[in-house]
Ligand binder design. Structure first.
Ligand SMILES: Cc1cc2nc3c(=O)[nH]c(=O)nc-3n(C[C@H](O)[C@H](O)[C@H](O)COP(=O)(O)OP(=O)(O)OC[C@H]3O[C@@H](n4cnc5c(N)ncnc54)[C@H](O)[C@@H]3O)c2cc1C
Length: 385
């Protein structure tokens, strides 16, 4: 392990930053406000190999790791285009399918996920289960060799723009009790699968949906891997998800700090730029430290994950996600404060991040659930639930 990024990693950072700069934050916000998707950016990121950088080379990916994918995410967010589907499609789904899918499933899905021509949504959250995945009730029953899925999901990002969705359910044999998940890939045009948009107050080109599975009939090969891999399959997606959540938050924090810094250098209402007042410079310096510390933990998590230490990566990924979420929320808040009235205008593009940055405290796992994990796993304290 090294604290110094390789020449390839540095070049990747520069290339992603350059691509995002060509679009600019205005592009992202304009698309979001118009209710449109950032299809051009997604397609270009796919074509340049950024989306699938972590996926195996033999299936069209870049053959690198979560370190590189998180770097892509961080640079996209820092450039003002924090695309949620990066967390979902290549990080969660790409990882699960490439680690646990059958040969046919890998051949069918991974090349498209890698080049961006397939976007795959991920659906675990249910209205009555929330943070407690053990309570999910989406159930798969067998009908001959087919599977019939019934259930409901909520807050599912980007299913409207996805060609398929990876649904976490449970089989009838394990209908109750601790979750023994069964994962299914469902093409979004499958009869019985439908969704309605949830009106969110987040300015984002990617929307959230209630998803309904009304006796969705699936062939046997829709089940990812085998029923026996169950929980291991789901867990394989969790560390990447948290590392990417951290990367999105670190990038958003960097964006906010950069906007505030630029402003503080030039805005003058007394005799000196307002950045000379320590009432503004110190909070920003403090937040810069917090974002950098969160980034370091994210890099540790990604390094452990890529080295195959899933247990070590889990603690670091949770800590990174917590730290990055907190730091980015504070960074955005302080950036708004630094810009005064302009902090709340459309023109300066920071007010748009106020609600969006709060997401890092809630999804994909809330800060309270991370604190539960750290209290129980790192400190060995008893559970309250
Ligand atoms: C923009 C957005 C995108 C999302 N995208 C997806 C997606 O693509 N796919 C998907 O499956 N899900 C997605 N989610 C869902 C997300 O993962 C959940 O919102 C999140 O896990 C929290 O679940 P919940 O909203 O049901 O909150 P709840 O579980 O109802 O929790 C409410 C509050 O109670 C706290 N709480 C709950 N249990 C405990 C406890 N034991 N101890 C202490 N505090 C506790 C929580 O931390 C939270 O603060 C998305 C959510 C949002 C907002």
């Amino acid at each position: 392990m090294s604290f110094i990024e390789t020449e390839e990693q540095k070049a990747l950072r520069q290339a992603v930053a350059a691509m995002v700069a060509n679009y600019g934050q205005d592009y992202y916000l304009e698309k979001a406000r118009a209710g449109e998707h950032t299809t051009e950016l997604w397609n270009e990121a796919g074509k340049l190999g950024f989306i699938g950088v972590n996926l195996p080379e033999e299936y069209g990916g870049g053959g690198a790791g979560m370190y590189e994918l998180s770097l892509v995410m961080e640079e996209m967010a820092a450039g003002g285009s924090a695309l949620l589907m990066m967390v979902v499609s290549p990080a969660i789904n790409g990882t699960i399918i490439s680690k646990f899918g059958t040969e046919e499933q890998k051949k069918r899905w991974i090349p498209g996920i890698a080049d961006g021509s397939i976007t795959m949504a991920f659906a675990i959250t249910e209205p009555d289960a929330g943070s407690n995945s053990h309570r999910i009730t989406t159930t798969a029953r067998r009908d001959g060799s087919d599977w019939i899925l019934k259930g409901q999901k909520t807050f599912i990002s980007g299913i409207d723009q996805a060609q398929a969705v990876l649904v976490v359910g449970r089989t009838e044999d394990h209908k109750t009790g601790n979750l023994k998940p069964a994962l299914f890939v469902i093409p979004t045009d499958t009869p019985g699968l439908s969704w309605t948009k949830i009106d969110m107050e987040i300015i984002s080109p990617e929307s959230q949906f209630q998803v309904f599975l009304d006796d969705v009939r699936l062939p046997a090969d829709a089940l990812v891997g085998s029923e026996d891999a169950a929980i291991a399959q789901l867990f394989a997606g969790l560390n990447p998800e948290r590392i990417m959540g951290s990367a999105m938050a670190v990038g958003t924090g960097r964006l906010a700090i950069a906007k505030a810094t630029d402003y503080l250098k030039t805005r003058q209402v007394w005799k000196v730029p307002i950045g000379s007042h320590q009432g503004l410079s110190h909070p920003l310096a403090q937040i810069h430290i917090e974002v950098e510390l969160a980034k370091l933990m994210m890099q540790k998590a990604a390094t452990l994950y890529d080295a195959g230490d899933d247990f070590g990566a889990a603690e670091a990924a949770n800590m990174a996600k917590y730290a990055a979420g907190e730091a980015s929320v504070r960074a955005v808040d302080q950036a708004v404060q630094s810009l005064g009235g302009n902090g709340l205008t459309k023109e300066y593009g920071i007010a748009a991040a106020v609600t969006a940055s709060r997401l890092a405290r809630i999804a994909p796992v809330s800060r309270e659930m991370i604190l539960n994990f750290v209290a129980q796993t790192s400190l060995g304290l008893p559970r309250s639930y």
